[in-house]
Ligand binder design. Structure first.
Ligand SMILES: [Zn+2]
Length: 127
């Protein structure tokens, strides 16, 4: 009886991920140099004056920003697709096994199209 399936995303979850995606989109399509600066200053020295009170997701963005920097055009395209999937109501569903993608994973990679298992499988196939 204890098969643990990730719960389907609630409208509240979708709002959360939509906000993340929209912020990422704004960063990517807007001011990339500022993004770079933020990512690197957070990596290097600690500047307390720079920390923005009220932004509880700082740790998340630090990681996410650096990830995005590797290939911002690709990331932007994927983010736009993810926003479209939210509109279509298919967001958060794995393209491989059709299970709901783990929320932890979506927080780290909001544009993920596959769950971690299917992603690994796909990578092993060299896809
Ligand atoms: Zn899957």
């Amino acid at each position: 009886m204890a098969t643990k399936k990730p719960a389907k995303l609630s409208p509240k979850d979708l709002e959360e991920f939509k906000a993340l995606l929209q912020k990422a989109k704004a960063i990517l399509s807007g001011n990339l140099s500022q993004l770079e600066e933020e990512a690197f200053s957070q990596n290097g020295n600690v500047d307390a004056a720079e920390s923005r009170p009220g932004d509880s997701a700082d740790g998340y963005y630090q990681e996410f920003n650096l990830q995005l920097l590797e290939n911002e055009e690709e990331a932007l395209a994927q983010i736009l697709e993810a926003l479209e999937r939210i509109e279509q109501g298919t967001y958060g569903k794995c393209e491989g096994c059709e299970q709901t993608i783990n929320k932890e994973r979506l927080r780290a990679v909001p544009h993920a199209r596959m769950c971690i298992d299917c992603q690994r499988l796909a990578e092993r196939r060299g896809y």
